[in-house]
Each structure stands twice: as structure tokens, then as C-alpha cells.
Design a binder for this molecule. Structure first.
Ligand SMILES: [Zn+2]
Length: 489
């Protein structure tokens, strides 16, 4: 029996508090949208790669890549996805599904924290439209990021949802592989999914959610134990994404069993009860300092030789925030590489500047209040690259102070590994501190690897966006009092 599976992707992690909307144009750049073989070969080490690999290990499976936008050029540094963008890309997908069908299955490579103006549950709405296009017999499977804000609506239209367990997201490929295997089993009549979803009213800043330590590690471990001891049971733990102001924000548990609703119910309820019992620890798992404290502690660690040091500004969501640079200047911290500050204007103004060219100007900030003010800097151009046809890949760096360096990029750039600094010509051995814009993903290369003995998480006093003080954010689509730790009593 031959099996035809359509693969599509529509993925964004939307920070709705940012002023700049994510538009149709942000999804269109060299390589995106992608279709056919190009779509199937995107992200070989991630969700799509895992799905394609396992699907192709099965006899008689044909994969069709449906035209899909890749992650927007703005990365995670942009706000509400416009209705126009959502309608345009889902419209194209549905049209092609109808033209190229029939299909036995559809793989939806989504994120879960996309927020679209006027579309309250975008991933569920995408699944609804796909279902409408391919009919009730087809098997629909989605893969999700644990930052997804999900409830039971996606699974009311789709058969499977598989969510990454770890933050950093080490197992995206494994979840893609799993989605392919389970979809093919279901199509062949070997698995009949019965799913249970339980929303857990806990809302936590993402900086808390590192799964490399207790209690988040324990939550992941409990899900893994359920999956290990019960054949054919799959457990999702969505941590939730509080920077998307959407009605279904927050933690969600899903369990899926093979024609066994009672087992799915038992596992989901157990996981939800466990998370609730440990809510106080989950909501306070990370120590976050002010910029001033963090830079002071970095100087102390430097003096004591506890280097390299990571200063992680977890709060910057636009990429342009200058608070940490300003504090480095104010306290005269030395030997620090700052990567990066988003400032496309300065990069364009210094196009093809040679190393050693004097630099005097104000950088960063301005984009929105959470980016802070532009910072006046005097130094020299260290390096830069303006050769790519795509200006999104241009960058430059400025040397200043006592062996300090700041890298400018056009958009928010999250440095997750020391190796990523090599792209900007940075020799990590030449610096003692690395000031980066990351919450948890940097632990992949700076902490889990043993690279940095000193890790300092910082955020500005005000104004802020990616703050641990969620009560300071202007939520309009959810009531913070409905969630721990903001609920009364
Ligand atoms: Zn994530």
C-alpha cells in the first residue's frame, strides 16, 4: 500500500508586546517560502529533518512538500503576525493541498506560540483548514515547541501533537521522527490515538524554564517515565510562552494513548497534579539580577579568575536593547564581548568600513521603549561583512574601552554556543566575559558544555519587556489573576 503525506510548515514564536508586526514580507526572503524538495530538506537536524528521515525509512511512502514560509527574517524579534500574512500563507497551503491531493496524512511543522491578529488559536485554525481540505480520513500530526500556548483545540482537528521536552530544545529531531512513525502506524491501522489535554494555570517567564536543573528537569523526567513504562503512551508538557498575549497562554499537558482514553486521562492528570504541587519552585527556578548587580558580580568573578563569564540579558526581545552595554561602560568592565545589538542603520552607514576605521556614534536602542536609549560609543571598527545579497546577514563589530567588543546585527541574534561567535571573527580565548541576549538556549553551548563557570542572568529595572515581572506587562487577552503565581490565595 502506498502512502501520500503532505508536509507543511508555519512557525513563529510571537512577542505580541513588540511594536513591529510580523508581516507577509518578513516571511519572504531568499529560500522562503520553500516547497517540494527544498522544504523537505530544511532544518535537517530539526523537526522537518526527523520527520522526513523516518518517513523515508518506510516502504511506499511519498512525501510532498507544500509551499510554506520558513521562520520570519525577524526571528523572534517581531510582534503580532498580521492577518494578511496568515491568510496569505494558509490560503496557498489549502489551495495546494486541494490541487495535489488526495493525501493519507499531513505533517504540520508548527511552533505553538504564533499569535495572529484576529485569529485566537492560529495552529488550531491551520489544522481546521487543513482538515477541511484533505477530509476526515487523513491523519494529521503536528510537532510543537514547548513554548507553545496550546489547549485542546489543535487536537480537535488533528490526530497527533508531539512537543519537544527539553529547553534548550535538544529533541526537536526526535519529535519529528516520532510524528512520522506514529502517523504511518495510524494510517496503517496500528494506532488509534486517544488524547487528553489538561491546562495547568501556571504562567512563568521563559528564563525560569531551564530543564537542565530541578524542578523543570523533574517535570521532564516524569513525562519520560510515563512514556517508558507504558507502551504507546506519549506525553507533552507545554511550558507556555508568556510574551504572547493570547487567551490560551500558560502550561498545558497532553497525553495520547493507543485506543486507551483511561490511560491518557490517568497520565495527563498525574502530570498536571505534579506540576501544580511544584508550582512555587517552577515559578522561581532562576535567580535574575539587575544590570548593575550583574556587571558588578561579573567584575568580581573576573578578579577571582572564575572565567569565562556569561552575562545573559534574558529580557531583550527586540534585540536592540542597550542596557547591558551602558552598564559595561558605566562600570568600566574590561575584556567583554557583547553579542549582539540590533542596529541595521549603523551597519548600513558603515558599509565596507575597513578594520581600524574610527567609530563615533550612538548605537542600538530606539526601536521601542524596551530597547532603551541609543548609547554613544567611541572606538574603532574591528570587523564586518557586507558581502551577502541578503542585508539580514550583514554585521559589523566595534572595539572600545579596555579590550571590549560589541557586535551589531540587523535583527535580534541569540548566541547559543561559543562557536557561534566565530562567525563574527571573535576568538573566545581573547575575552573573559560574554554579554549575550538569551534566556536558556545559551546553556546548550556555554553551560551544559562546561564552558562558563560563572553564569549571571540580568534584566534592566525599567522599562522592560522580557521581564520576570509579568505583572508589569499590559496583557489584554488574558487575566493574569487566573494564573499562578498571580492568582489570589
Ligand atoms: Zn522554545
Amino acid at each position: 500500500m502506498s502512502i501520500r503525506i503532505a508536509c507543511l510548515m508555519f512557525s513563529h514564536e510571537t512577542v505580541t508586546f513588540l511594536a513591529n508586526d510580523t508581516t507577509k514580507a518578513d516571511f519572504i526572503y531568499p529560500g522562503s517560502p520553500a516547497s517540494g524538495a527544498a522544504l523537505l530538506s530544511t532544518d535537517p537536524a530539526g523537526y522537518m529533518g526527523g520527520f522526513v528521515k523516518v518517513a523515508r525509512e518506510h516502504q511506499g511512502v511519498e512525501l510532498i512538500g507544500i509551499e510554506s514560509p520558513l521562520f520570519p527574517i525577524t526571528g523572534t524579534g517581531s510582534g503580532w503576525v498580521t492577518t494578511d500574512a496568515f491568510e496569505h500563507f494558509t490560503g496557498r497551503m489549502v489551495e495546494q493541498l486541494r490541487m495535489q491531493g488526495p493525501f493519507d496524512g499531513v505533517y504540520l511543522c508548527v511552533h505553538g506560540a504564533m499569535a495572529v491578529r484576529g485569529v485566537p488559536h492560529p495552529e488550531a485554525e491551520l489544522a481546521r483548514r487543513v482538515r477541511d481540505a484533505v477530509g476526515p480520513q487523513a491523519c494529521l500530526a503536528g510537532t510543537f515547541d514547548p513554548h507553545g500556548n496550546e489547549d485542546d483545540k489543535f487536537l480537535s482537528h488533528a490526530d497527533f501533537a508531539f512537543c519537544v521536552k527539553y529547553f534548550p530544545h535538544y529533541d526537536s529531531r526526535l519529535q519529528g521522527e516520532r510524528a512520522a512513525r506514529m502517523m504511518i502506524r495510524a494510517i496503517r491501522g496500528d494506532y488509534a490515538p486517544s488524547a487528553v489535554t489538561v491546562n495547568v494555570p501556571i504562567l512563568t517567564p521563559t528564563v525560569m524554564q531551564w530543564t537542565g536543573a530541578s524542578p523543570w528537569m523533574d517535570l521532564v523526567q516524569r513525562a519520560l517515565v510515563w512514556e517508558a513504562r507504558e507502551p504507546d503512551l506519549y506525553v507533552n508538557v507545554f511550558f507556555g510562552f508568556p510574551w504572547a498575549d493570547v487567551p490560551d497562554a500558560g502550561m498545558t499537558i497532553q497525553a495520547t494513548a493507543n485506543a486507551n482514553p483511561a490511560l491518557a486521562r490517568k497520565a495527563a492528570d498525574d502530570m498536571a497534579a505534579y506540576a501544580w504541587r511544584r508550582r512555587a519552585e517552577l515559578a522561581s527556578a532562576a535567580q535574575v539580577q539587575s544590570m548593575a548587580e550583574g556587571v558588578r558580580h561579573a567584575a568580581e568573578a573576573m578578579a577571582a579568575g572564575r572565567t569565562p563569564i556569561v552575562l545573559a540579558d534574558h529580557s531583550d526581545r527586540s534585540g536592540a536593547a542597550t542596557f547591558l552595554l551602558q552598564e559595561v561602560l558605566d562600570q568600566g568592565l574590561s575584556d567583554t564581548a557583547i553579542a549582539t545589538i540590533a542596529d541595521s542603520g549603523t551597519i548600513a552607514a558603515y558599509r565596507n568600513a575597513r578594520p581600524g576605521t574610527p567609530f563615533e556614534g550612538s548605537i542600538g536602542g530606539r526601536l521601542d521603549p524596551s530597547a532603551g536609549a541609543a548609547v554613544m560609543l567611541r572606538g574603532t571598527i574591528a570587523a564586518g561583512d557586507w558581502s551577502d545579497n541578503n542585508p539580514a546577514r550583514h554585521w559589523m563589530s566595534i572595539r572600545f574601552g579596555d579590550n571590549n567588543l560589541v557586535v551589531l546585527t540587523p535583527y535580534l541574534t541569540q548566541i547559543m554556543e561559543p562557536e557561534a561567535l566565530a562567525r563574527f571573527g571573535i576568538d573566545t580565548a581573547a575575552y573573559k566575559a560574554f554579554a549575550i541576549k538569551s534566556r536558556v538556549h545559551f546553556r546548550r553551548g556555554f553551560d551544559d558544555s562546561g564552558f562558563a563557570p560563572t553564569i549571571l542572568l540580568v534584566e534592566p529595572d525599567a522599562p522592560f519587556l522580557g521581564t520576570i515581572r509579568l505583572e508589569a506587562l499590559p496583557y489584554a487577552n488574558l487575566n493574569l489573576k487566573d494564573y499562578y503565581p498571580y492568582s489570589q490565595g
